[in-house]
Write a protein that binds this ligand. Structure first.
Ligand code: IPM
Ligand code: MN
Length: 345
C-alpha cells in the first residue's frame, strides 16, 4: 500500500476553513490502499505574534521530507505588510525552488462570466516562481528624508528563464491547441525582456509543433478581457504572472475558484499547492469562504503525485457542483461535504 505524506499549513483567516474542506475531499477520493498521513504546521500570524517566528529553520528542514505541502492562505492586518509574505510564503517558494507557479484559468460550464457572451476560457499560466522582482534585491537610501530612494531590482537569469520556458513549451506541446504566448514588456524592460524573448525563440526550435505568440503585458490584460479564448499556455515572469492570474481568476468565476501549484518538477523538494486567494480577514471564521479553489488545488496536488484518475474525479466533482449552483449561499463546509460526497459516490 502507498502512503502520501502531506504537510498542511492552514495559515491565516479563511485558510483554516478552506484547507479543512480540501482535506475532506482528498480523504474521500483516495483509494482504500492509499494511506494519507497529514502533519499540520502552525505558521502564520498567530505563530508570529506568539514567538516572533515566520518560518523557523527546523520547520523548513522538516518540511523537506514531505511528498507535498497544502497551504491555505497567509497574511493578516495585524502583521506589517510583507513580513509573512516574504518570511513565510515566498521563503517556502524560494527554499523549495518552486520555479513553476502553475495557475489554470478555466471557465467551467454553468459559471457565469463577467465578460460579454460566454467565451470559452481554458488556458494555463506558467508563472516563473523564483526570480524577477520577487527576489528582494533592493534597498532604501536616505530613509525618511525628502530625498529617499527605493529600488527593487528584477533578477532574470538565463538558467531560470530557460527552465520555465521549456516547461511551458512541454505543456503547450501536450495540449490540443499547442499554442504558447510569452508575456513580457520587452519594449521598456529591454534587458530582461530581450533575454526572455531570445530564450523563448531558442527553446522554441525544439518544439516545431507549438505555435508561438508574444504580447506586452498591458496588451495581454486587454485580451484577457476581450478575447480570452485566444490563450492556451502563457509563460511569463513572476510579477506579471501574479497580476495576470488575478485577472484570470476574475474572468473565470472569481478568486474563489482559482487554484495553483508551486512546483519543483525535479521532485528534489516538495511542491506546494494553494488557492490563489488570500486570507480574506473580512469574512474569516464565518463559514462563508468558497473552498472550491482549495479543492481544485488538491486536484493539482493529486496530479503532481501521480494520481491522475483521482485528480480527474475531483475536477469532475467541482464541474458538476458548479453546473448545479443555484446562487443560494452554502457554507464552506456544505460545499466541502457536497464535493466529498461526489468524489466518493
Ligand atoms: C499570490 C500572492 C502572493 C504573490 C503574495 C501573498 C506574496 O499574491 O500567491 O499570488 O504575490 O505571489
Ligand atoms: Mn497574487
Amino acid at each position: 500500500s502507498r502512503t502520501i505524506r502531506l504537510a498542511v499549513v492552514p495559515g491565516d483567516g479563511i485558510g483554516q476553513e478552506v484547507v479543512a474542506e480540501g482535506l475532506k475531499v482528498l480523504g474521500a477520493v483516495l483509494p482504500a490502499d492509499v494511506k494519507l498521513e497529514t502533519t499540520e504546521y502552525d505558521l502564520g500570524a498567530r505563530r508570529y505574534h506568539r514567538t516572533g517566528e515566520t518560518l523557523p529553520d527546523n520547520v523548513l528542514a522538516e518540511l523537506k521530507a514531505f511528498d507535498a505541502i497544502l497551504l491555505g492562505a497567509i497574511g493578516d492586518p495585524s502583521v506589517p505588510s510583507g513580513v509573512l509574505e516574504r518570511g513565510l510564503l515566498l521563503k517556502l517558494r524560494f527554499a523549495f525552488d518552486h520555479h513553476i507557479n502553475l495557475r489554470p484559468g478555466r471557465l467551467f460550464p454553468g459559471v457565469e462570466s463577467p465578460l460579454a457572451g460566454q467565451p470559452e476560457i481554458d488556458f494555463v499560466v506558467v508563472r516563473e516562481g523564483t526570480e524577477g522582482p520577487y527576489v528582494g534585491n533592493g534597498g532604501s537610501l536616505r530613509t525618511g528624508t525628502p530625498h529617499e530612494v527605493a529600488t527593487e531590482v528584477s533578477l532574470n537569469t538565463a538558467y531560470g528563464i530557460e527552465r520555465v520556458v521549456r516547461d511551458a513549451y512541454r505543456r503547450a506541446q501536450a495540449r490540443p491547441r499547442k499554442k504558447l504566448t510569452l508575456v513580457h514588456k520587452n519594449n521598456v524592460l529591454v534587458h530582461a525582456g530581450h533575454l526572455w524573448s531570445r530564450i523563448f525563440a531558442e527553446v522554441g526550435q525544439e518544439f516545431p509543433e507549438v505555435t508561438t505568440d508574444y504580447l506586452h503585458v498591458d496588451a495581454a490584460t486587454i485580451f484577457f478581457v476581450t478575447q480570452p479564448e485566444r490563450f492556451d499556455v502563457i509563460v511569463t515572469d513572476n510579477l506579471f504572472g501574479d497580476i495576470l492570474t488575478d485577472l484570470a481568476a476574475a474572468v473565470t468565476g472569481g478568486i474563489g475558484l482559482a487554484a495553483s501549484g508551486n512546483i519543483n518538477p525535479s521532485g528534489e523538494f516538495p511542491s506546494m499547492f494553494e488557492p490563489v486567494h488570500g486570507s480574506a480577514p473580512d469574512i474569516a471564521g464565518q463559514g462563508k469562504a468558497d473552498p472550491t479553489a482549495t479543492v481544485l488545488s488538491v486536484a493539482m496536488l493529486l496530479e503532481h503525485l501521480g494520481y491522475a484518475a483521482e485528480a480527474a474525479k475531483v475536477e469532475a466533482a467541482v464541474a458538476a457542483d458548479l453546473a448545479e449552483r443555484t446562487g443560494a449561499a452554502r457554507s464552506t463546509s456544505q460545499v466541502g461535504d457536497a464535493l466529498a460526497g461526489r468524489v466518493s459516490g
